[in-house]
Ligand binder design. Structure first.
Ligand code: EPU
Length: 420
């Protein structure tokens, strides 16, 4: 199994290019199922989750593959299977995003229930509620969701009890091909929803209000192909900035996503580091100083994203003072806490809050990644620890960080992938 060996204690210095956004790419790939025309998406990162989504599309009969270094082309003109099986959905929950598009275009879909995962139980009730509001008959049987409709979905009011990101995306994609108008109330406001809505409008849909909590969709009989460029990955950008701060380094990232990172940048400034924005560049400089610990409370956009909680926690472990990090989105997202403790962090958690007392130095150890963002937090831990840290189960990291060792090596980290 592959592991990462990190010899820590070196400040990161230099420039990191940011890849296309994983969490924007997955719904956009699912949206290609809404049309029989070809769709081209550029700036697509070569990540395990992207390959899994391409495999899902292929399993349905779509022609879907990389056709350039970062270009993907999909044509779903020969869909011959309307079932997304357990084997694929269990490897990536976001496979569930095919539910809305397939139902809307083919009036039937069968998708394996995703089940829980390392960060919580993660129900899908809101996805199903949205499709039921559009007139679908939903059945749960033998671990699968079946949704069907006689004729087209019917435009409707979709009132979400929880602002869910992929739930909103499923509802939005389904509503674009419904007969009549739909309004999604309490929609999630994440930038990845805006990116999806823009793509859908490029495909001929009529979506207004994405980025706010009320989205209006005027249903169309058919959508057409489009060419679209993926937005930069704000979570990857935030991760590298936090790594720069934790290692007392000086990091510049580019990709043009500073306007999506207002809350994390404000939080980083509270640690005492200097952050400046210049066009597409974000420049972070610690001037070699130990940062101050900051309290964090995760929130939906535009708050501090849960996907940066673990990385901020790693920073707090080596910052001056005590801090409390409160996770409000997922009920079980502190699996990295005992691993950080193995590196010598003074840290404890009661399930929703993690409290740290910062120490000037962590010490290398063998640690194990449990999910994608926990992995990047442990890499940050390894980068600041003296001596050697070996991070096991790095396949989690490969789901969401493109070329991470290369990018870290280029800014001065001593990090290698080893196969044991
Ligand atoms: N929820 C329900 N019912 C539902 C849907 C969600 O109770 O039907 C709950 C969840 O259990 C959770 C909360 O609502 O407590 C919010 O979850 P949400 O549905 O918004 O999460 P998601 O759509 O499953 C996406 C990202 C996650 C990110 C969250 C929150 C993708 C593919 N995944 O998940 O990204 O953490 O939004 O921002 O977009 C990651 O990249 O590491 C990752 C986990």
């Amino acid at each position: 199994m592959e592991k990462l060996r990190i010899r820590g204690g070196r400040p990161l210095h230099g420039h990191v290019p940011i890849s296309g956004a994983k969490n924007a790419s997955l719904p956009m790939l699912a949206a290609t199922l809404l049309t029989s025309d070809p769709v081209q998406i550029s700036n697509v990162p070569r990540l395990r989750d992207v390959h899994t989504m391409l495999a899902v599309l292929q399993s349905l009969g779509a022609d879907a593959s990389f056709c350039g270094e970062a270009e993907v082309s999909v044509q779903a003109d020969n869909i011959n299977n309307l079932k997304a099986p357990y084997d694929l959905v269990k490897t990536m929950r976001a496979s569930f995003l095919v539910l809305g598009p397939l139902l809307a275009r083919f009036q039937f879909v069968e998708v394996s229930l995703p089940g829980g995962c390392a960060i919580g139980t993660r129900p899908i009730d809101q996805h199903l509620k949205a499709l039921a509001a559009l007139g679908a008959t939903i059945e749960l049987k033998e671990g699968y969701v079946t949704a069907e409709i006689d004729g087209r979905l019917r435009g409707s009011l979709i009132d979400m009890d929880i602002a869910t990101v992929t739930g909103t995306q499923n509802a939005l994609m389904a509503a674009t091909l419904a007969d009549g108008d739909s309004t999604i109330v309490n929609a999630a406001r994440e930038p990845e929803i805006v990116a999806l809505a823009n793509m859908l409008n490029d495909m001929g849909a009529d979506v207004e209000g994405a980025g706010t909590d009320v989205i209006h969709v005027r249903g169309k009989e058919a959508l057409h192909g489009c060419t679209v460029t993926l937005m930069p990955d704000r979570i990857e950008a935030g991760t590298f900035l936090i790594a720069g701060a934790a290692t007392r380094g000086c990091i510049t990232i580019n990709g043009g996503c500073h306007d999506l990172l207002d809350a994390p940048i404000a939080k980083l400034r509270q640690t005492g580091v200097e952050v400046t924005v210049d066009g597409d560049y974000i420049h972070l400089d610690t001037h070699g100083e130990q940062p101050r610990a900051v309290d964090i409370r995760t929130a939906t956009y535009p708050g501090i994203p849960t996907d940066l909680q673990a990385q901020f926690l790693a920073l707090n472990c080596v910052a001056k003072g005590t801090s409390r990090v409160i996770e409000t989105i997922f009920e079980n997202r502190f699996m990295h806490v005992p691993e950080l403790a193995r590196l010598g962090a003074t840290i404890e958690s009661d399930g929703t809050t993690a409290t740290t007392v910062g120490v000037p130095q962590l010490y290398g150890a063998n640690i194990m990644a449990t999910d994608l963002r926990a992995s990047s937090c442990l890499v940050i831990g390894g980068l600041v620890a003296s001596g050697e840290t070996v991070v096991d189960r790095v396949y989690h990291l490969d789901r969401g960080y493109e070329h991470i060792e290369e990018k870290l090596t280029a800014v001065g980290a001593d990090i290698q992938r080893i196969d044991e």
